[in-house]
Design a protein around this ligand. Structure first.
Ligand SMILES: Nc1ncnc2c1ncn2[C@@H]1O[C@H](COP(=O)(O)OP(=O)(O)OP(=O)(O)O)[C@@H](O)[C@H]1O
Ligand SMILES: [Mg+2]
Length: 357
């Protein structure tokens, strides 16, 4: 089946809604898929080396557009259907952390260019790299990503990228941005830059009108599990490590823009505003489970919870929560109970069907 046929079958069974913007991108993804399947093995044998030049790889695809438009869904549809084994799908942050660790190890060995062995290890047995959620936030990533892509492309790896930004807006207003401009030129030269033009934020759509605040928490497991499956396509989720000024803050489960953690993981550890801001900047939906009834002796946890909700509120992150009770009864005594009223009110507001739009 072609990708268009697979897509249409999913509409048929009610899994997806027909979207012309998504539909329009399928033929290009399909061509890439066919090329990859026909060229699964890089011909670098003796005869190939002597008599034939390696077949040049086609351009990759840089797919950009607004949040929730279905970029990751399309990438997964494509990735899952490409019948080759030499493929990898990565999340931008996790991948760059892996590269940074590799660079660190390579630098211990006096190699002239630490990126060379790292890229060699990455490209061994790799034909397709699906790169979800490219966003260049700091100078370290900005300086490495260009050279890394050059090496991957030189090794014949086909790259497919999703991003919320058009290439020219990547690392916008970043430090030393002029050093980053060659990477933007490379994206234009070596990728088909395609916008996913759809008016619908399907993530909002999926949560619209859905219950997102559950109490008591003990009974919420199945409903919350269903929301996770709906938003992530049932991905197992992996830990997401965020760099906050040199420290690492970990979110236990992350998949496709959705973070999932318990109250205790996020509010019973000594985290501060910078950590919560980093989390809020990274996730589109946060599933926060097991918010307890707080008392005067939980002052610190309550204070962190207020900070977390403020950060999510400001960043317009969608919150799905399970709690011991309704927002107004979570913290009724103890220092700061008065300020907590604002948090309770925000928790109410964030349950509205159109919150975050
Ligand atoms: N045509 C569609 N019909 C129904 N649901 C859809 C459709 N397209 C995408 N979705 C669902 O909407 C949600 C958001 O889609 P997806 O994660 O692919 O968006 P995205 O463009 O990658 O967003 P972001 O920029 O935040 O990463 C997912 O749960 C996805 O399965
Ligand atoms: Mg996405």
């Amino acid at each position: 089946m072609t990708l268009t046929e697979i897509y249409e079958a999913r509409i048929e069974c009610g899994d997806l809604r027909a979207d012309p913007g998504q539909h329009a991108l399928l033929p290009d993804l399909e061509s890439l898929r066919q090329w990859l399947e026909a060229n699964a093995v890089r011909k670098i044998g003796l005869f190939a080396g002597l008599f034939a030049r390696p077949v040049p790889s086609p351009k990759g695809i840089y797919l950009w557009g607004g949040v929730g438009r279905g970029k990751s869904m399309l990438m997964d549809l494509f990735y899952d259907s490409v019948a080759i084994t030499a493929k990898r799908r990565v999340h931008f942050h996790a991948f760059m952390q892996e590269v940074q660790r590799g660079l660190h190890a390579a630098r211990q060995t006096n190699v002239e260019d630490a990126l060379t062995p790292v890229a060699e290890a990455l490209t061994r047995d790799l034909r397709l790299l699906a790169f979800d959620e490219m966003q260049i936030g700091d100078i370290a990533d900005a300086m490495i990503v260009g050279r890394l892509f050059e090496k991957l492309l030189a090794a014949g790896v086909v790259i497919v990228v999703t991003s919320n930004r058009v290439p020219d807006d990547l690392y916008k207003d970043g430090l030393n941005r002029n050093l980053f401009l060659p990477f933007i030129a490379l994206l234009h030269a070596r990728f088909q830059v395609r916008q996913l033009e759809s008016p619908t934020d399907y993530r909002q759509h999926r949560l619209r009108g859905a219950q997102v605040y559950f109490h008591p928490a003990g009974k919420a497991g199945p409903a919350i599990g269903a929301i996770w499956r709906d938003l992530t396509g049932g991905a197992p989720g992996s830990p997401l490590a965020l760099d906050v000024g040199g420290r690492t803050v970990e979110l236990a489960h992350f998949a496709n823009g959705v973070g999932r953690a318990t109250f205790w993981e996020l509010c019973a550890r000594p985290l501060g505003p910078a950590d919560y801001l980093a989390i809020a900047a990274e996730v589109r939906v946060l599933i926060l489970e097991d918010i307890p009834q707080l008392s005067a002796s939980n002052y610190n946890e309550a204070k962190r919870f207020v900070t977390l909700i403020d950060a999510l509120y400001e960043a317009k992150v969608r919150l799905v929560a399970s709690a011991a009770d309704v927002p107004e009864r979570l913290y009724i005594e103890g220092t700061g109970a008065f300020e907590f009223e604002r948090t309770a009110s925000r928790l109410r507001e964030m349950q509205a069907a159109d919150w975050g739009q």
